[in-house]
Design a protein around this ligand. Sequence first.
Ligand SMILES: [Zn+2]
Length: 387
Amino acid sequence: MKTTLRTDITIADICKGFVYNELEGKGLFGLDGKLTIQPEYQRNYIYADGKRDVAVIDSILKGYPLGIIYFNQVAEGKYEVLDGQQRITSFGRYVTGKFAINDTSNTPQYFSSLPADKQELINKTPLLIYICEGEESEIKEWFKTINIAGVPLKEQELLNAVYSGPFVTKAKEEFSNSQNANVQKWSAYISGAVNRQDYLHTALEWVSRNNIGDYMSLHRYDDNINELKNYFTSVIDWVSSTFSMVEKEMCGLEWGRLYEAYHKQPYSVETIAQRVKDLYADPYVKNRKGVFEFILGGETDTKLLDVRVFDEATKRLVYNKQTKAAETTGHSNCPLCAQGNNANKTKIWKINEMDADHVTAWSKGGATDIKNCEMLCQTHNRAKGNR
Ligand SMILES: [Zn+2]
């Protein structure tokens, strides 16, 4: 791969013919039509937050270096941005009047309202640009390893770069597009940001059963995303028809895995809704995120709910009471050891040899309070299991 350092290209040069697509949030072209700012493998523009975009302009006005920018030469005199898209889009948007920065007296200043010397300063700022020429594969491999200043690439953004092609382009149109009318519905179940590829990542995770790299490699040159889209829709439809409520704890759960495990079982939507309500109202349930899987699995795995346990003070009180009574009667302080004929019939266990148990199990309505607490030796507590 050949690289050439260019220091003669200025901000004004890049901004000539700058096109920004407001709808898709992308800086598209610059350098008088010779530069593609957002090739398909690049992530969407994410600096438009009133902080990072403003910081770029502040740096320029203060004369700080903007850092190295990398272009890939795709044909004679034609380039695409390999790294630097966020910075270029920021100054391109500023120079074309898309946002303002606050001056020292806190007055918003658009580019056109800046004093002439400051406009000139921005326009004439030279950039440090490496132009790379090489095989697609070398450039992509290298793109994968360059350290990108500011916001590091997310795993999916890298995967999109590595496996760029018709499949990624189509998949991004569907899953990385915040204008997609379905995004709002999906956002009840999927966490993260559409433009940082979190939705695409989730969709691929589901369809590939967590083998995203293999899946993308296999489908890289596909001209459709039917399987990805159908699978994703099946999961979302299953979740939204099984659970009639939308709770914030439902967002970001492993719905793909749950779909695989449970979608063939019939459920009563009404019963499920009532059980979610009950468990949400139960003060002993500490982990609401586990409620959905708990119900789907037939309400057996209480670990999913992280049910509140007895505190140390309660355990000690109950231990002292049981032990005192046991010593006067000459029995074991584990009520189960004390019954029947066993070797530990009269054994007085130490507190650290015992565990607290719900007399009436939590799943049968037993509360986590002192009246429902008994100390059992560890063997008996484990044997009793369900709490
Ligand atoms: Zn015992």
